[in-house]
Design a protein around this ligand. Structure first.
Ligand SMILES: [Fe+2]
Length: 311
């Protein structure tokens, strides 16, 4: 099975990205989601060039209980998937038997141990190879939605200002409201009636305005467990995993370890590889368990990968 190789030579930054791993001791077979997470980590580690980052976009666990995090940490143990590891917080990570604060403490304790970081909150940024990676996270229990707060929104704007037009990558568990087919793609039954359902919620317009005020912004989300959807789905149904809006690129990831819906590709074990070059950004779909790039679905100009020239 082939090790991952970048599309072009001279990539300046590369990352393996997964979402919604949902490690869960209450799963009918907890070893299943753990196996998908481990497969993605091993695939990343075997890349021809060790990726600069392995990133998840939230819901590493189904509930932020100690046992779930212990199992997640066990998956990472002994594997170096990338130079850096970053775990975005998801709504499920912040749910637990002992409430929001206890779940948040577990997220901080275990994500810091896994990633070798010293974060004190759910939102943070890192610069790797000159590129800004910005991670958003809830500051209070907001159910399925996000609650970022004005301080975090101001900080997001300042972070994007600091990127000064260089490509910047924002990771937030929830997508903006109404994108990627939401709210109808929130659930396989298409029963949603609230236009905000499945998205960030009340702060969506504020976040969108901040993103759109900057050049070369890429916004990654997960949360809806929607499979990978290409441009044919966009033509037929009006939504896709890769969307562009006023210069901002919006990317929604499938769940790595849960069943997906609404997608051209709904199987488990899927995620993305981000490759940043001097003049372009390439995002490719990969099957981490079969260890091969996905070529069956066209997502950008007939090509099975997103390719965008920088402005
Ligand atoms: Fe999830």
């Amino acid at each position: 099975m082939p090790n991952a190789v970048t599309l072009y030579p001279n990539a300046r930054f590369t990352a393996f990205i997964t979402s919604d791993n949902h490690i869960d001791l209450k799963h009918s077979c907890p070893a299943v989601p753990a196996a998908f997470l481990t497969a993605s980590l091993k695939d990343s580690a075997k890349s021809a060039r060790l990726p600069d980052a392995y990133i998840t976009v939230g819901d590493t666990t189904s509930r932020g209980e100690t046992g779930n995090w212990e199992l997640a940490a066990e998956c990472f143990r002994g594997i170096k998937p990338a130079r850096h590891i970053f775990l975005t917080v998801g709504n499920h990570d912040l749910w637990g038997d002992n409430g929001f604060e206890a779940a948040k403490d577990n997220y901080l304790k275990y994500s810091n141990a896994i990633c070798g970081t010293d974060h004190t909150g759910t939102w943070f940024s890192h610069e790797v190879n000159g590129y800004r990676l910005i991670f958003l996270g809830n500051t209070e229990d907001a159910g399925c939605e996000a609650h970022l707060g004005q301080s975090q929104l101001d900080w997001l704007g300042a972070e994007l200002d600091a990127a000064a037009g260089r490509p910047a990558f924002v990771f937030c568990h929830q997508s903006l409201n109404g994108r990627h087919g939401l709210p109808r793609t929130w659930d396989r039954e298409e029963s949603a009636t609230d236009p905000m359902e499945g998205g960030i919620g009340t702060e969506s317009d504020s976040v969108a305005a901040i993103l759109k005020a900057h050049k070369n912004v890429f916004y990654f989300s997960g949360h809806s467990h929607m499979g990978l959807c290409g441009e044919e789905k966009k033509r037929a149904e009006g939504y896709a995993s890769f969307e562009q809006e006023d210069g901002v690129t919006l990317i929604n990831l499938p769940s790595l370890a849960c069943g997906n819906h609404h997608g051209d590709l709904r199987s488990r074990g899927l995620g993305l590889i981000l490759e940043v070059y001097a003049d372009r950004v390439v995002i490719r779909m990969r099957d981490f368990t079969r260890r091969r790039m996905i070529r069956r679905v066209a997502v950008c100009g007939g090509k099975p990968y997103w390719e965008q020239t920088l402005k």
